[in-house]
Design a binder for this molecule. Structure first.
Ligand code: RB5
Length: 146
């Protein structure tokens, strides 16, 4: 199950990604927003992030205008490793090295086509499992407990 959320700036891109998920038969839960009306991205970041850290969903996808605000908000939720990306290399690396559990994209940064391509890479790239990367991830996650 994939958790999905957006604000108005990411709404169109989210629709394109939902179409991709449906075509691929990938189950998702959409935490809103459900229209292009102006809303506050922290609301949707928190709902989506909670679904990921609770284990209800394995990974999350968040969309706002830049991907930045919604990633900042998501990263405030304990257990989240949200990565704001706009290129294929970064998306692949954030799964391989950071084991990112949420991908954040900007609807005003990437085209719908590029966004879907980035989501496809994110969902299909496993964490490398390398010891050195796991150690660094553990160090990152320890920060939120201090
Ligand atoms: C909304 O206008 C915009 O600020 C938001 O979508 C996002 O880009 C924030 O980081």
């Amino acid at each position: 199950m994939i958790a999905v959320g957006c604000d108005h700036g990411g709404f169109e891109l989210k629709l394109a990604v939902l179409k991709y998920l449906e075509e691929k038969g990938i189950e998702y839960k959409d935490f809103g927003t459900y229209s292009a009306d102006s809303v506050d991205y922290p609301v949707f970041a928190e709902k989506t992030a909670n679904a990921v850290v609770s284990g209800e969903c394995e990974l999350g996808l968040l969309f706002c205008g830049t991907g930045i605000g919604i990633s900042m908000a998501a990263n405030k939720v304990k257990g989240v490793r949200a990565a704001c990306c706009s290129d294929k290399f970064s998306v692949e690396m954030t799964r391989l090295h950071n084991n990112a559990n949420i991908l954040c994209l900007g609807g005003r940064v990437v085209s719908n086509e590029k966004g879907v391509e980035l989501v496809d890479i994110f969902l299909n790239t496993p964490f490398s499992g390398d010891e050195r990367h796991q150690k660094r991830i553990d160090m990152v996650m320890a920060i939120e407990n201090r």
